[in-house]
Design a protein. Sequence first.
Length: 419
Amino acid sequence: MMATIQKTTTTTAMPRDWKSSTASRYGKSRRRVLCVRAGASSPLKSKTDASALKNRYPQNDSMIKAAKGEKVSKTPIWLFRQAGRHLPEYNQYKKDTGKNFLQLLEDPEDVCEVTMQPVRRYKLDAAILFSDILVIAEAMNVDVEMPGGKGIVVPRPLQTPEDLETKVPKTIDVEERLAHVLKSVRRINEQIEAENLQIPLIGFSAAPWTLMYYMVGGSSRKNTDSGMNWLKNHPEASRELLGRLTTVVIDYLDLQIQNGAHMVQVFEAMCEHIEEKEFYEFALPEMEKIAKELKKRHPDVPLLGFARDAPYAISDLQRVGYDCITLDTVMDRKYARNTLAGAAGGEANMSSVQGNFDPNLLVDGSFEEIENEAKKMLEDFGPQKYIANLGAGLGGKEDCAKVDYFVNAIHRLSEEMIN
């Protein structure tokens, strides 16, 4: 049985009622023959020749430096969901190809094109792999569908511990089952180099609790208590499922790095639907395993951690090994920075932070409001040991001109502050 991790306490009071405010696809579900690999917890050696990888050392490495706490000349910026439906070129590409979101993810050429669209349009400091948090669930024989207007769903979620034993493999050959994602990583770096953009590529995965939440509940909108019910009613089966998922997440991120990702983020996106006690008992131990094993395999690769809607956990994410802590829109900025610095014994030892601009301003805000909020965010966080980003993903209604203004304002204002 996994030991419960106790919460790190601080003397700073929580500033807000954060809870009430509250980073392989197919058009239809499909199963493949499962290939099980023994010893999945052992470090992997990718079949890819590392010397053949493109864009290995991008000239613009400010994202990498900021995540590792090194000095930069201006604050770097990228955006959650920077690729996708807010871009007219994305919507046109979907129309031209006749593919939906899930179908685009199947083809590395489509993934590459969609990943590149925002970094061509905006002066962003990194590309992020165009993918989805449920690719691991699908690779583990869980059907994933995208019915119109309902978002991504798992139509036949796990109902009982017996389902876990009969439907979910203990491990998988990640390099085979998610080969198309790894090929996409290589293909994106080829294109970044071909277009001389000189920026790094961010890889990512959902964290185990988020994957489990969907696998037993089926949707982000319905059955939102199913995950907690599993934790309370089937604690041993829950630990077993989380453990299997952790093994696959580690291998998946490891292989993304071996195939060219310069940094990776672990998204624990569903903390709104887990109580604090259960977060420390079930979710955080898996995030700690991921951080420690990836640091063992890739000690110089920055690791970004995001436990959305769990502001109580930021110092714990720092403690277990995440280089950069991502903050959502409800997190008080000065509180976050002070908490991390206090827990680390001073700012020199604290993790970097990332976030937390309100994307609604990019829909309804004026350019003056965007400028003022960007300046305030930089003043609150400080321009160093900081990656500018949003506190929630772009939703699709944002004005591209306002997004562009925001990106440029971060660069301009932070450079003035630093110099």
